[in-house]
Write a protein that binds this ligand. Structure first.
Ligand code: S3P
Length: 170
């Protein structure tokens, strides 16, 4: 089975994904790391030198390859992944999706500490970051909410998550 963690930047996808993968004893994949590895440069460098459009098409390509593979895995997608092309349909058709929900205040407190390594928000002031999160979350939620399971991303109990996944895992 393939498990897709989706949600806004800073919602905890990688942390929860690693825990879930280790609990299920299947590989964990970080989509951003995979793209960076394939492109031979960091996500920040890709945005800087090749632009967001290039990044989105590389993201779609890697997601598609993984979806059609026969492997089982847990994947942490990027915050924008479900919102471009038909990526959310791909995700829905190839496994179980989990939306890690977090409100804009929580995202702000997490992202204001880590914005330097995130190309979409690295240049923003505190006020601009607050507005960016509110606007983008509103735009993106209609994609995120299509996920099979919605769970608060803050303090995910893996056993509870696994029990929510059970009806879908057959
Ligand atoms: C993005 C989120 C990032 C990364 C890229 C774009 C977005 O992933 O894919 O910087 O559009 O929200 P994380 O959600 O893992 O930070």
């Amino acid at each position: 089975m393939k498990y897709f963690l989706i949600g806004f930047m800073g919602s905890g996808k990688s942390t929860v994904g690693k825990k879930l993968a280790s609990h299920l004893n299947i590989p964990f994949i970080d989509l951003d790391s995979l793209i960076a590895e394939r492109e031979g440069m960091s996500i920040t460098e890709i945005f800087k030198t090749k632009g967001e459009e290039y990044f989105r098409s590389a993201e779609k390509k890697q997601l598609t390859e993984l979806c059609v593979s026969k492997e089982d895995f847990v994947i942490a997608t990027g915050g924008g992944t479900p919102c471009y092309f038909n990526n959310m349909t791909l995700i829905l058709n190839h496994g179980i999706s989990i939306y890690l929900q977090a409100n804009s205040a929580i995202l702000y407190s997490r992202l204001s500490r880590s914005k330097a390594k995130r190309p979409l928000i690295m240049g923003l002031s505190d006020d601009e970051l607050k507005n960016y999160i509110e606007k983008k979350l509103l735009e993106r939620e209609s994609f995120y909410l299509q996920a099979n399971i919605h769970i608060s991303g803050l303090s995910v109990d893996i056993k509870e998550l696994v029990s929510l996944l059970a009806p879908y895992s057959k």
